[in-house]
Structures are given as structure tokens and as C-alpha cells.
Design a protein. Structure first.
Length: 268
């Protein structure tokens, strides 16, 4: 039997984009939601999107395992043994709270992990019809236009940061609130799009205290392939091939990144 073909980035983009347009967008502002055991929201769009994407991926690439956010935790942990041979990781609707509240910032995030590396990543900003994508070693794109981080002419004090305060150590959050090293701060409610907006140069700096694998996996590859930089608060690589929650400290420009890391380390 001939080997199964590898998925191409273009095929994955087409599959995810079509599913998002047909499963997520029609349900926006007609939301039935409920709380999960962990206190986060889940909607019919989350479950419909995960069911469809899982089915379509299995139909095209049955040799690659699938992990979705809406699976039970025990099943997710069992599936992590496939990170060497191939594992899809899906957040069917990142920014569910935004979606449920009628805020138009949300979308799916899909990554392929193989050989303990992130090989493909796709994040779709559904309301804006923006598709961020990347392939390991081949670059990153926004709607088929290459993303490349140019050196910034801004000093750190004039930058815009994306910061999620509620998951940070209290002492660091207080210092950021009272003596920030940047000009202004935003938080858009979608981890996957946070990473992509840094890759697109919309945010210069980024800080988040606790992200799940399906939140950051695709965005991590997109930022890296665009030439951006990231680390955890403890100075480790953000993607470690596990389901453990990870902090993320990022910047597009190398000089900003060094200054941002230094400031955070001095003010934790």
C-alpha cells in the first residue's frame, strides 16, 4: 500500500475556512451557550465546528490522530502519544466568550504536530475573513501575503502591548498597571489571534500567564515563521509538546523582545 499523502497547507486552509464560514458565522448573534466544568463557555458553534473538522480531517488523512478542545481531558492526555507520528490540535472557536457576547473577534485555530514539532498552523479571524497560516521552515502568511517582521523604529515606551492581566502573578500585574514600559495596552479575548496580531505587527509586545495547547499551538508557529520571538515567563520554549498550561511573553522585533524580557524579569 502506498504511503498516505501529507496534508498541504493550502488544503488545510481551505478545509478550515469553509467549515468556519458554514458552522461558526451563521450561528453568530444567535448563541446558545453553557458553562463547562472549568468555568469557560461552550456554544453550539464550538461543538458543531469540532465535529465537522474532525470528520473532514479523518476523511482526508485518517493516519493522523485528532485532539480537540471539547474532548474529555482523559482522552486528550491519551492522544498526546501521537505527537511523534502526527496529531491535529484544534480549538474550534477561540474567543468563545467574545462570540457569545456578540464581540466580533473569534475563530478556529488548527495545528499539526509531528516529530514533536509544530509543522502547520492555521488561524482564521472569522468576522474579518482573515486567514493566518504557516508551514514550518516555509514562512507565514496573512490571506496569502507573506508575513515578515520588520525592525521597528519605535522605542519600547511607544509600543502597544497585548496583555492578559488576570492570569499573571499579582505583583507583575500591579507593576504593569502602574508603571508600564509601553505606551498602551489591549486585550482582545482570543489567544490564537493575539499571537497572529503580533505576527502582523498590530501588537508590538505580548504577555499571557496561562494558555492551553490548542490556544497557542498554531499561533506560535505563525509568529515564529514571521520572524517573531517568544518565551515563557521562566525563559523556556513556549511549545513543549505537552498539555501543560504555558505562559507566553512575545514580541515581533528582536530588540523589543530583549527589552521586554528584561523588564518583566526585573518586575516580577
Amino acid at each position: 500500500m502506498p504511503p498516505m499523502p501529507d496534508p498541504s497547507l493550502a488544503e488545510v486552509v481551505t478545509l478550515l475556512h469553509r467549515a468556519a464560514r458554514e458552522e461558526i458565522l451563521p450561528r453568530f448573534q444567535r448563541v446558545d451557550r453553557e458553562l463547562k466544568a472549568d468555568g469557560t463557555w461552550v456554544t453550539a458553534a464550538d461543538t458543531a465546528m469540532q465535529t465537522r473538522v474532525q470528520r473532514e480531517l479523518a476523511g482526508r488523512w485518517p493516519h493522523i490522530a485528532f485532539l480537540g478542545e471539547e474532548m474529555h481531558a482523559s482522552e486528550q492526555h491519551s492522544l498526546m502519544r501521537h505527537t511523534q507520528t502526527g496529531l491535529w490540535v484544534l480549538d474550534p472557536l477561540d474567543g468563545t466568550s467574545n462570540f457569545a457576547a456578540g464581540l466580533p473577534i473569534f475563530g478556529p485555530s488548527l495545528a499539526l504536530i509531528r516529530n514533536a514539532r509544530i509543522e502547520l498552523g492555521v488561524v482564521i479571524d472569522v468576522p474579518r475573513d482573515e486567514t493566518f497560516s504557516a508551514a514550518l521552515g516555509h514562512g507565514a502568511w496573512l490571506n496569502n501575503v507573506p508575513l515578515s517582521m520588520a525592525k521597528s523604529a519605535l522605542p519600547l515606551v511607544k509600543t502597544i502591548a497585548c496583555v492578559d492581566f488576570k492570569r499573571l502573578p499579582a505583583s507583575l500585574a500591579r507593576r504593569l498597571a502602574t508603571m508600564p514600559p509601553y505606551a498602551s495596552q489591549r486585550s482582545i479575548g482570543s489567544v490564537a489571534l493575539d499571537w497572529c496580531w503580533v505576527a502582523a505587527g498590530r501588537f508590538h509586545l505580548y504577555l499571557h500567564g496561562s494558555q492551553s495547547l490548542w490556544d497557542y499551538c498554531a499561533g506560535h508557529l505563525i509568529l515564529s515563521e514571521a520572524g517573531g520571538h517568544s518565551t515563557t515567563l521562566d525563559g523556556q520554549t513556549v511549545f513543549d509538546g505537552t498539555l501543560s498550561k504555558r505562559s507566553a511573553l512575545c514580541a515581533g522585533d528582536a530588540e523589543h523582545f530583549a527589552q521586554w524580557v528584561e523588564w518583566v524579569n526585573e518586575n516580577r
